[in-house]
Design a protein around this ligand. Sequence first.
Ligand SMILES: [Zn+2]
Length: 281
Amino acid sequence: MEIIDVHCHCFAGLGQAERVSHGLARLRDAGVSHLAVMGLVNTSLNAQEVWKLIPEGFANLGDPLFNEADDLLQFTQQTGDMLFPMLDTRMLNGDVQSFLHGHLQRGFRGIKGLYLADDANDLRVSSVPATFGISLELYHKREWEIFAFAEANDLPVLYHMDANRYDDMMRAILDDFPRLRINFPHFGIGRKAFSKILDAYPNVYTDIAYMQPHIRRNPVSYSDFISHYPDRVCFGSDALLYQPEIVLNYIELVRSLKLPEELENSLFSANPRRFLGLDRE
Ligand SMILES: [Zn+2]
C-alpha cells in the first residue's frame, strides 16, 4: 500500500545530507512514496526574533536563521519526486505576490501557514503582528493574498489554525476561497468545533500529525471520526526531515487502528493524493 505523508518539516540542511538520504531510503522501503516537507524562509528576522515564531521542542539542524528553501529544493532534486516542497510563509515580510511567485518558479509546490493573529494561539508562539510591528488588518491582508495566490495557482495549503478559537475567521477564509484545497492539521485542533467546518466545506482536509498521544489514548473515538469523514483525513507525522523513525511510528499508529482496508488506503494514499493534487498528474 502506498503511503504519503502530507505534513513534515525541514529543520535540516545539506550538512545532514547523508542522514537525510539514509532516512528517506528507510521510508521508501516502508512504502512511503512522497513526503510533503514545509520549508521556511526568513528575510528579515534576527536569530533572537526568529525563535519567537517557532514552537518549542523541535531541534533545528539546518540554517540557524531558518532559510531552508535552497537546501530543501536541493534535497528535492536529489530524491526524484519523493519530496513535495511547500513554502512556509509565517515569516513572509514584503510583497506577497513576487515572493510566492519566485519560490514557485524555483520548485515549491504548495504553501504552509500558521494563523498567528495574537499570542493566544495553541502553539504558544508570538503573534505575527507583534513580531513584525504590523496591524491586525495588515496581517489579514497578507494571509488573504497568500490564499488568493494559492487558489489562483492551484496550490495545496497546510494551515495551522484552531477551529475552537478562530471559527469565524476560518469560515471567512473558506467563504472567500471556495476552490482552495486546504488542510487544517491536527483535526483542526478541536474535533468538535472542526467537524462543523468539515460538514460545511467539502474542500477542507485535515491530518493526524502530532496527535499520537491522543489517538493512543482514545483509538476508538478517533477511528470513528476518521470513518465519519473517509475522504478528508490525511496521513501526516509532523516529523522533521531527519526523523524517519517518527514517520514509521505514525505508520504503525495507523495500522494499530485496524481500519477497514479501503479506509486505511484513503488515509495513507487517496486523500493525500487529492489534497496535494497528485491525483491529476
Ligand atoms: Zn507541523
